[in-house]
Write a protein that binds this ligand. Structure first.
Ligand SMILES: [Cu+2]
Length: 134
């Protein structure tokens, strides 16, 4: 599957707001193309490190059979290096990504984002996105 053909829901919170807070059934009405894809496998983000252009939209696709999530929340990080984001950047906080689901976000602030799966942090399920300056 070409990453250019991946259509993804914009952030669930935005969708929910647009739909008047109604539960999302059958996916979000708003779909956009992703510029980059990270595949979530059993206990890994692949690629573990991804370089993206400024403003690029990254989609995380859960291809495994269990629920995962990704967060940059430092308070729950398995190690100090496992959670980081550039100054001024909005934290990554996907909420649960069920098997087969995709969560995506545009990466607008340059720098290094390091995130982890809160469910599998002890297994070292950590990923990094590096957003270029231009
Ligand atoms: Cu996980």
């Amino acid at each position: 599957m070409s990453i250019n053909l991946v259509t993804v829901c914009i952030e669930a919170s935005a969708c929910a707001a647009l739909l008047g807070g109604a539960a999302l059934v059958g996916g979000c009405a708003l779909q956009r193309s992703a510029d980059y894809t990270v595949t979530i496998t059993d206990l890994q983000f692949a690629p573990a490190e991804l370089h993206v252009g400024r403003g690029g939209r990254v989609a995380w696709h859960n291809t495994s059979t269990v629920v995962h999530a990704l967060t940059t929340d430092a308070s729950g990080a398995p190690a100090p290096h496992a959670a980081a984001l550039p100054i001024g950047a909005t934290p990554l906080r996907s909420g649960d990504v069920a098997p087969g689901q995709i969560w995506s976000r545009p990466m607008t602030v340059p720098g290094r984002y390091t995130y982890y799966c809160p469910y599998h942090r002890e297994a070292g399920m950590i990923g990094t996105i590096i957003v270029a300056n231009e």
